[in-house]
Design a protein around this ligand. Structure first.
Ligand SMILES: C[S@@+](CC[C@H](N)C(=O)[O-])C[C@H]1O[C@@H](n2cnc3c(N)ncnc32)[C@H](O)[C@@H]1O
Length: 165
């Protein structure tokens, strides 16, 4: 498969999965966390599909297209490894949904990310809240949910927090 086809498939899956979760996420109280603003594509889509939810966005820097820049209160700048643990005074309630888009192309680096990210994420998620990520999280109090038909089995994962511990 060409890199163009692979990119299109990845973006299509991401959009399908983000939209697939909307009804479920809306049944849970709490804000949405976007880990990885990048150029703002998925943040812009989250704003469209979650008009009623507050969305907090995390990244080292704000380098997105100007049309989809989060306001200062909702853009949390810095290394997520530091900021996620200390965002509670700003974010408030635990999250109903986290979209994690910070994976690398390197499987060893991805394992290292999961190692620090998983416990921090657990702290910030509401019971019943959903996580969509390309990273394979190992959290015993989260269940792995089935994906809608047509999504490549290993490409994305949907998790739901079932209990506090
Ligand atoms: C693939 S891009 C996100 C793409 C974005 N979701 C979009 O649709 O445009 C990944 C982003 O995550 C950010 N990122 C990766 N690791 C991070 C970390 N530890 N702390 C803060 N930001 C991080 C990078 O700076 C980059 O902007």
């Amino acid at each position: 498969m060409s890199r163009l086809d692979s990119f299109i498939r990845r973006m299509t899956s991401q959009k399908i999965l983000l939209e697939y979760l909307v009804e479920k996420v809306n049944q849970v109280d709490g804000p949405v966390l976007e880990l990885g603003l990048g150029n703002g594509r998925t943040y812009d889509h989250l704003r469209e599909i979650y008009p009623e939810k507050e969305i907090f966005v995390f990244d080292f820097a704000m380098n997105c297209h100007p049309s989809c820049a989060p306001d200062a209160d909702h853009m949390i700048l810095g290394d997520i490894r530091d900021t996620l643990a200390f965002c509670e005074p700003r974010v408030g309630a635990k999250a109903s949904f986290a979209h994690i888009d910070i994976g690398s192309a390197d499987p060893t680096n991805d394992l290292a990310i999961v190692h620090w990210l998983a416990p921090l994420l657990n702290e910030r998620m509401a019971v019943g809240g959903f996580v969509l990520t390309a990273l394979k999280l190992e959290l015993s109090n989260f269940e792995t949910l089935d994906k809608p038909e047509g999504i490549h089995p290993g490409r994305y994962h949907i998790y739901r927090k079932v209990s506090e511990t």
